[in-house]
Design a binder for this molecule. Structure first.
Ligand code: GLU
Ligand code: MG
Length: 451
């Protein structure tokens, strides 16, 4: 059975499909501001009512939604996101569970300002008002570890190198399972491969409009974890689980279209990038420090953003090397002209991350910001003096610096809205303060016997 969660579905066709597929439960999903997927399960008998009236829930217990006077909220299912969850059915194909991604509404029916999906929708609307359709394609990486006594370990589940393709290779079997599952939910998988580190994988799926891509990232993470779980393995999107080897990034390819044409493409330009493309790129570079708080939102994110592991540290762009924050991949066809932002990691809230990036790019277009020259050298190897000469700044070095950058950036704050900004800063400051007070193994190893 193939679900087609990327086409135009309405209430009636969803009800028909659910009946045909013997769906017994429907999970109504949304994400909190930290990007954690929340869901309320309803029996299929309630689905029609859920479409007609929505489902009420108490928002005050959701991270970032806390505002007592607004605690009653309503989930409004988006029929377009209907999908049967292949990992929840029974062997004979009966008793299935489906999911629908929802918009969060307040008591008076307005979109709830702190619903991350709404934040992205608002930013996409802004792009549309400027004449642009926004597209994004992610490259999520993740690790798969063995479990012992039901607990995740740091033991890679395969000892496969970059091109290990033996037919009995555990890693390729698992990746095949994951991909088949994703295809069943409607994903179009473009490429998948073993990443540099042991136990590390990357699966790339087709780019789509911003909302679909953010929904897909959320679904992708659940699907990968669920399939790993079925194999008694643990998949993690933690950005840097192991010291000294590559972390997991989630590079995002970005483009704008205008009247069906790629607005970033200009065949006459040296890098095939249009004025709109350069302004967008310049906007993302200008707001990069504040964006980082959103695209790299956990303490551990900053353990990945260090030299030597193909993750960016410097705020620069390049048409060649992968050490830059933004890369302009060579476009094979005009419609595939795009820029690749290499800082995001897969622990981010995909809705807020895409909103922040798009908002920054649109600001660059509105203010007609000029992009600096591309840097063709390996930026990791540039001296401090050279970086100064080229005007290359660094990304925030830790969560605290990123939060401080967000506090300074009114444009990104406007994109997120007042409530998300304040709740996000509050939650992240708490996280940082808690971390700061911890004594790490590194300190024990280094100091216990020395002092
Ligand atoms: N794992 C690297 C990162 O943290 C990226 C490797 C690649 O270029 O795909 O961003
Ligand atoms: Mg990769």
């Amino acid at each position: 059975m193939v679900n087609d969660n990327m086409s135009d579905l309405d209430k009636e066709s969803v009800l028909d499909r659910a009946r045909e597929a013997d769906v017994k439960f429907v999970r109504l999903q949304f994400t909190d501001i930290l990007g954690i997927v929340k869901n309320v399960a309803i029996p299929i008998t309630q689905l029609e009512k859920a479409f007609d009236e929505g489902i009420w829930f108490d928002g005050s217990s959701i991270e970032g939604f806390v505002r007592i006077q607004e605690s009653d909220m309503r989930l409004e299912p988006d029929p377009d996101t209907y999908a049967v969850l292949p990992w929840r059915g029974t062997e004979d194909g009966s008793n299935n569970t489906a999911r629908l991604i929802c918009d969060v509404k307040t008591t008076n029916g307005d979109a709830f300002e702190a619903d991350p999906r709404n934040v992205l929708k608002t930013t996409i609307q802004k792009a549309q008002d400027m004449g642009f359709d926004f597209f994004a394609g992610p490259e999520p990486e993740f690790f798969v570890f063995e479990k012992e006594d039901g607990q995740a370990t740091l033991k890679a589940h395969d000892a496969g190198g970059y091109f290990d393709q033996a037919p009995k290779d555990l890693a390729s079997n698992l990746r095949r399972d994951i991909i088949l599952t994703l295809e069943e939910i409607g994903f179009e998988i473009e490429a998948s491969h073993h990443e540099v580190a042991e136990g590390q994988h990357e699966i790339d799926f087709k780019y789509a409009d911003g909302i679909t891509t953010a929904d897909n990232i959320a679904t992708f993470r659940s699907a990968v974890r669920a399939v790993a779980e079925l194999n008694d393995l643990h998949a993690t999107f933690m950005p840097k689980p192991i010291t000294g080897i590559n972390g997991s990034g989630m590079h995002v390819h970005l483009s704008l279209f205008q009247d069906g044409e790629n607005a970033f493409h200009d065949p006459g330009d040296e890098y095939n990038l249009s004025k709109t493309g350069y302004h967008f790129l310049a906007g993302v570079l200008e707001h990069a420090p504040a964006i980082t708080a959103i695209t790299n939102p956990i303490v551990n994110s900053y353990k990945r953003l260090v030299p030597g592991y193909e993750a960016p540290i410097y705020i620069a762009w390049s048409n060649l090397n992968r050490s830059a924050l933004i890369r302009k991949p060579a476009a094979r066809a005009p419609e595939s002209t795009r820029i690749e932002l290499r800082s995001p990691d897969p622990s981010c809230n995909p809705y807020l991350a895409l909103a922040a990036i798009l908002g920054a790019g649109l600001d660059g277009i509105e203010r007609e910001l000029e992009a600096p020259d591309p840097v063709s050298e390996n930026i990791y190897q540039l001296t401090k003096e050279k970086r100064k000469e080229y005007g290359i700044e660094t990304l925030p070095g830790n969560l605290k610096q990123a939060i401080d950058a967000l506090k300074q950036d009114k444009v990104i704050q406007d994109v997120l809205g007042e409530l998300v900004t304040s709740k996000f800063i509050e939650a992240k400051t708490r996280e940082w303060d808690e971390y700061k007070g911890q004594v790490s193994d590194w300190e024990i190893d280094r100091y216990l016997e020395k002092f």
